[in-house]
Every structure is written in C-alpha cells, then in structure tokens.
Design a protein around this ligand. Structure first.
Ligand SMILES: C[S@@+](CC[C@H](N)C(=O)[O-])C[C@H]1O[C@@H](n2cnc3c(N)ncnc32)[C@H](O)[C@@H]1O
Length: 264
C-alpha cells in the first residue's frame, strides 16, 4: 500500500471507527489492510469506505478484523494455574495491608467477548469464595462487548478449557453456551480505548493479554506507564505469553514470574 493511500485510510478509519492506526505497527497494518480489501472484493478504499458509512454490519466486521478479538476461557491454562496458586494468594495478602471495602479490584483490559473477565470471576468464586471482588472489563469493540454483556453465546472451542465442574456450575448445559447470571454479578463491562481514554486506579490485578501485539513501541510504553499508575502498590500486571516488557523498571514495575509484573 502506498504511503499516501495509507494516510487516507488512517484518516477514514479514525473518523468512522475511532481507531487511531498511528498507534499500530505500520508494515503489519498495511499488510492486513491490503488483504482485507482483496477479500472484500473492492478495488479501492474509497468504494469500501462509502459502503461502511452506510452499512453498520460491515463496519462491525471491519472493526473486528482490525482489532482481532480472538479469545477463550482460561486462555494459556498454565498461566491461569499460576494466577490461582501464586498470584491470588499473594494479592489477598497484599490487599490486607491496604483494605478496600469492595475487596480485590481486577481489570480485564481488552476483554473482547468477555471470556477473560468470566475466567477471573470463576477463579474468585472457585478458590476464594468468601473474598469480595469487583471486575472491570473493557474493550473498544462494541460488538464484542455486547456479546460479553449478553453472557454469550459461546461455542465449544471457547469453553474447551473449562473443567466438568465449571461447565456444570457456570454455563448452560448445551451449545450455544451462555454463562450464568451469578457469574456476571461483580463484572462491569465498559467501552474504552486503552490508548486514549482515562483509567481508574487502585487495581490489584490488571490482565492485558494479546492486545498490544500490533501496537508501536511508543504506544506500548505509554500504555504500560498508564497501567503502572492504575495499579495500587504491590498490584500485578498480567500480560500475554509473547509480550515481554523489556525494561519494566522504567514503568515502576518489576518481574514477578513469566508474564507477570509487580508494581514496586
Ligand atoms: C486478541 S483479543 C484478546 C482478548 C483477551 N485479552 C485474551 O487474551 O483472550 C484483543 C482485544 O483487544 C481489543 N483492543 C485492541 N486495541 C484496543 C484498544 N486500543 N483499546 C481497547 N481494546 C483494544 C480488541 O478489540 C480485542 O477485543
């Protein structure tokens, strides 16, 4: 894609979808955009943007493609085992030093269709049932958030990591699966652009996994700084399997095991 065309496409995407591609790695994004246009059987971006200003469904498909909202419950199960065995006990202990009325404050940042937020809720309900907690779950993709708020429908693949007991307790007995209302009671779903919008504070745990893959280094740095400020002292940031924060100390964070960083 030519530089001039990319500039125009970026402007149109910012205007129609409120996504600023300046924050995303240019070469990967150009490749993704090129292949989308070919797949959509359009020859120019002007024609395509004419369509999406009139067609809300197509606009949503395009947004989904750009933001890639692939997810599942307990994605990377061994990391979630670590949350259960090490991180939650640590956070409960840490929070005893700064008690909060609402209990542990957790955030699934870039929650897609909600699987990650419901994973957090299942862990709390299963392993520390008497402990109070609240979960904020945010994403910029309205379609994904709508599904998250509707508690489904989820398919067999989405729930493949749930144990038999978790299936019995938390999801409807057959496909399409819906999470039960009880699990949603402490979750607040909210539209938010991580790169633009204001963050709440005092989180014990921020889970931001598989969201920053296409972000530029500058945008990631900005985001990690904002996350660090949003954590309470001793709070933990949980990132994706391939996402390493190389100089965590510059954000006031320190390594706390693979994929985990603690606010110092
Ligand atoms: C691949 S999904 C990851 C879902 C979940 N965190 C997981 O690991 O299973 C990435 C999500 O990040 C969201 N996302 C991408 N850029 C974002 C931004 N700037 N602000 C908020 N959400 C964003 C996308 O809409 C998408 O739902």
């Amino acid at each position: 894609m030519e530089a001039e065309v990319y500039t125009q496409v970026k402007t149109s995407i910012k205007h129609t979808l409120r996504i600023d591609l300046e924050n995303y790695k240019e070469e990967q994004m150009k490749r993704r955009l090129d292949s989308w246009l070919v797949r959509s059987h359009f020859s120019t971006w002007n024609e395509y943007f004419n369509l999406i200003t009139k067609d809300a469904m197509e606009q949503e498909r395009f947004r989904n493609y750009l933001t890639i909202n692939v997810t599942e419950f307990f994605r990377d199960q061994n990391r979630w085992d670590h949350v259960r065995t090490e991180i939650l006990p640590y956070l409960i202990n840490n929070s005893a030093q700064h008690p909060q009325a609402g209990g542990l404050k957790l955030w699934s940042a870039g929650c897609s269709i909600g699987a990650e937020a419901y994973t957090l809720a299942m862990l709390m309900e299963d392993f520390v049932p008497s402990h109070k907690y609240s979960i904020l779950a945010t994403d910029l993709d309205r379609g994904a958030l709508l599904k998250a708020k509707s508690r489904g429908p989820y398919n067999q693949e989405d729930i493949r990591n749930l144990s038999t007991k978790q299936r019995q307790q938390y999801v409807t007995p057959s496909s399409p699966y819906y999470v039960n209302e009880k699990l949603q009671r402490n979750i607040r779903f909210q539209e938010q652009n991580l790169l633009d919008d204001h963050f709440e504070g005092d989180f014990d745990l921020i889970v931001c996994r598989n969201v920053v893959i296409y972000f530029t280094t500058a945008s990631k740095d900005l985001l990690y700084m904002k996350f660090s400020k949003a954590l309470r002292p001793g709070g933990v940031l949980f990132v994706g399997g391939t996402e390493i924060i190389s100089v965590a100390t510059k954000f006031g964070l320190q390594n706390f095991g693979i994929s985990f960083y603690k606010k110092v």
